[in-house]
Design a protein around this ligand. Structure first.
Ligand SMILES: NC(=O)c1ccc[n+]([C@@H]2O[C@H](COP(=O)([O-])OP(=O)(O)OC[C@H]3O[C@@H](n4cnc5c(N)ncnc54)[C@H](O)[C@@H]3O)[C@@H](O)[C@H]2O)c1
Length: 312
């Protein structure tokens, strides 16, 4: 089977590519390296440095003729989507429409789409399941959700099958500190530089932190299963920001206390996604505990001696 991964030079996409290559799939990667890195791209994949919204993208699909496209390329910064909503929509909405146009033109069988918990907006109950109201609170959330509608329409009109995977807060090796859910990367960066971590609010806000390896597994499961489904990919468990800090403090041996700052307006207090549907439909379940995932993430940064890009 031939699989194309857009955003395969980025944090999550590159893990998906690694797993596909290891499993023997024929893999191509499309990425403009705007936030991704060339070093992330598995040498076993054919790489095209192309923007998904450009005409060149169609030429790549024509050449590669993938059976499945796994779509991770996106503008992923929520704050930037507020500052530059047009640019967010150009990449996330028009880029995805260009992708779908080329998928039906060149007979791609299926698109697996990386959506986000951001589509739900403020939870009205927890854990948030797929039947929860969808009221995105940012242009980023709107753009991610809009594409879910296009996927359904392209399936109905042209028979391009799809699976939507709505991710909780993904963490793991190669994460940039400035993307969505970058809190783990930011904390690690600060701790490894022996700097104090900033916590906004009292630190009791909770998140559902899912390890990137588990997210990659869900994508591979969706190659064969989950047609026409919208599925949360999460742990179904909550961890507070202060508990996350304490875990990382213990793992790094840091003695620094966090610096408490005023809460940021618009920050969601609690977020946790139910994953029963994905377990049932994909036969998938998250395997890594947060602590195991954090250990692997720290090992990566120790081994690579990398300096993360930080925004604060
Ligand atoms: N990280 C999370 O916690 C999280 C949560 C929910 C959903 N997601 C979704 O997962 C996907 C991957 O996110 P990530 O965290 O790995 O971010 P990332 O920034 O590491 O990856 C995005 C990749 O897309 C590439 N890209 C951006 N614009 C492009 C364009 N116009 N054309 C081609 N390539 C382009 C970037 O260079 C990068 O390699 C995104 O679609 C994001 O919305 C991420």
């Amino acid at each position: 089977m031939k699989v194309m991964v857009t955003g395969g030079g980025g944090f999550i996409g590159s893990h998906v590519v690694d797993m596909l290559v290891a499993a023997g799939y024929r893999v191509s990667v499309v990425d403009d390296l705007s936030t991704g890195r060339f070093e992330n791209i598995n040498p076993g994949a054919n790489f095209y440095r192309v923007k998904i919204e450009d005409d060149d993208f169609g030429r790549v699909v024509e050449r590669e003729r993938p059976d499945v496209v796994i779509h991770h390329a996106a503008q992923v910064d929520v704050v930037r989507s507020l500052q530059e909503p047009l640019q967010d929509a150009r990449i996330n909405v028009l880029g995805a429409v260009n992708l779908l146009e080329n998928c039906w033109r060149y007979r791609v069988g299926k698109v697996i789409y990386a959506s986000s918990a951001a589509v739900y907006g403020d939870p009205v109950y927890l854990p948030v399941d797929e039947a929860h109201p969808v009221v995105p609170q940012s242009p980023y959330g709107v753009s991610k959700y809009t594409v879910e509608h296009y996927l359904r329409v392209y399936q109905e009109l042209y028979g391009v099958r799809f699976t939507v995977l709505r991710y909780a807060n993904v963490f793991g090796p190669r994460q940039n500190a400035d993307g969505e859910g970058g809190v783990v990367a930011i904390f690690i960066d600060r701790l490894l530089k022996d700097k104090r971590v900033k916590i906004f609010g009292d630190g009791r806000q909770t998140r559902d932190f899912v390890y990137v390896g588990d997210v990659a597994c869900a994508n591979l499961a969706a190659l064969e299963r989950g047609d026409s489904e919208v599925l949360n990919i999460s742990t179904g468990a909550s961890l507070s920001v202060i508990d996350l800090f304490q875990l990382l403090k213990g793992l790094t041996g840091s003695s620094l206390e966090p610096e408490y700052c005023p809460p940021r307006p618009g920050d969601i207090l609690h977020s946790c996604l139910a994953n029963e549907r994905a377990r049932e439909v994909l036969g998938w379940s998250p395997r890594s505990t947060v602590e195991e995932g954090l250990r692997r993430t720290l090992d990566y940064y120790y081994n690579h001696n990398l300096t993360l890009r930080v925004s604060n």
